[in-house]
Design a protein around this ligand. Structure first.
Ligand SMILES: [Mg+2]
Length: 84
């Protein structure tokens, strides 16, 4: 099974609402890992692990909500303009 198929299967198996809740939970874990790293340093592996978790959940949110690409393109364009 491909990455996208596994994620689509997870959404079907657990339901959209549960995966949205899971995304919120994983983003909170990444926030905590980043704050811990910024304030106390140490290994970056906990940050990397939470980045992976959030990435997986963002991919699922993208499948659930769709229509993300035009927003991403607009924001990247604006960033490019600001950078000159
Ligand atoms: Mg996590």
């Amino acid at each position: 099974m491909k990455h996208r198929e596994i994620l689509a299967y997870a959404i079907r198996a657990y339901g959209e609402q549960r995966q949205i809740d899971k995304a919120v939970e994983e983003m909170a874990e990444l926030t905590a890992a980043l704050l811990h790293y910024r304030e106390r340093g140490g290994s970056a592996d906990p940050v990397r692990e939470e980045i992976a978790d959030v990435g997986i959940m963002l991919d699922q949110l993208t499948l659930i909500f769709g229509g993300v690409d035009p927003f991403r393109e607009r924001k990247i364009s604006r960033l490019r303009e600001r950078l000159g």
